[in-house]
Design a protein around this ligand. Structure first.
Ligand SMILES: Nc1ncnc2c1ncn2[C@@H]1O[C@H](COP(=O)(O)OP(=O)(O)OP(=O)(O)O)[C@@H](O)[C@H]1O
Ligand SMILES: [Mg+2]
Length: 195
């Protein structure tokens, strides 16, 4: 029998979580659980601002925990969203894939989405500092967290890499991506200095 998966795909907005998750879920015949969608459907949104939605993470965490516990079918899922480290408990999860993307490519993606400069900078600087990875390790423990660089790859490649890592029983790897080493002084000014 095929082994069930309890996978989280997280990372900063725009790194490619949903696109990869759809492919991973299809290949593994797993269900996608979209944290953003549940947040909106279950009334856990506190406020909608120009920067996005502000969520009651405690309430959302409880909704998701109930969902995972209550329904026995829910042991084969790909849980997707940047809020995962703040709402999901490690006991419910086997592996956490943190998707990363170079600051330059992430800036392009977010500008294509017509995000205002302030929101682009907020997300790109968070990616440079590796906040999503740091928070995932803090929440789930280092052994469950693996990071994947999506820069210059197509979504299918990222999905394959995630599945290959998931199927290895070894501890996961993270911490080798260092965007600070690949950005120029001019980019530091652009992404971190708020005018
Ligand atoms: N290797 C890759 N893996 C996944 N997506 C990629 C990859 N390369 C490019 N993309 C593209 O990146 C864009 C952003 O992807 P997506 O919308 O899935 O991001 P997201 O992380 O779900 O964002 P959000 O958190 O805002 O929902 C898409 O246009 C997608 O096709
Ligand atoms: Mg998305």
């Amino acid at each position: 029998m095929k082994k069930a998966v309890r996978l989280v795909i997280t990372g900063n907005p725009g790194v490619g979580k949903h696109t990869s998750a759809r492919i991973v879920a299809k290949k593994l015949k797993a269900e996608i659980i979209d944290i953003n969608k549940i947040a909106l459907d279950k009334g856990t949104v506190l406020e909608k601002t120009t920067k996005g939605i502000e969520v009651d993470t405690k309430k959302l965490g409880k909704v998701i925990l109930d969902m995972l516990n209550k329904d026995n079918r829910r042991n084969n899922f790909v849980l997707v969203g940047h809020l995962a480290p703040y709402i999901v408990k490690p006991a419910s999860i086997d592996m956490v894939a943190v998707l990363r993307r170079s600051p330059q490519r992430l800036e392009e993606t977010l500008l294509e989405r017509k995000y205002p400069r302030e929101k682009v900078n907020e997300n790109v600087s968070a990616e440079i500092l590796g906040i999503s990875l740091y928070d995932s390790i803090k929440a789930f423990g280092k052994r469950k967290v693996a990071e994947f660089d999506t820069t210059g790859k197509i979504p299918e490649q990222t999905a394959e890499e995630v599945i290959a890592t998931l199927q290895k029983e070894k501890p996961r790897r993270s911490g080798s991506i260092d965007w600070l080493a690949v950005i120029s002084e001019e980019e530091v000014q652009r992404f971190f200095v708020y005018k």
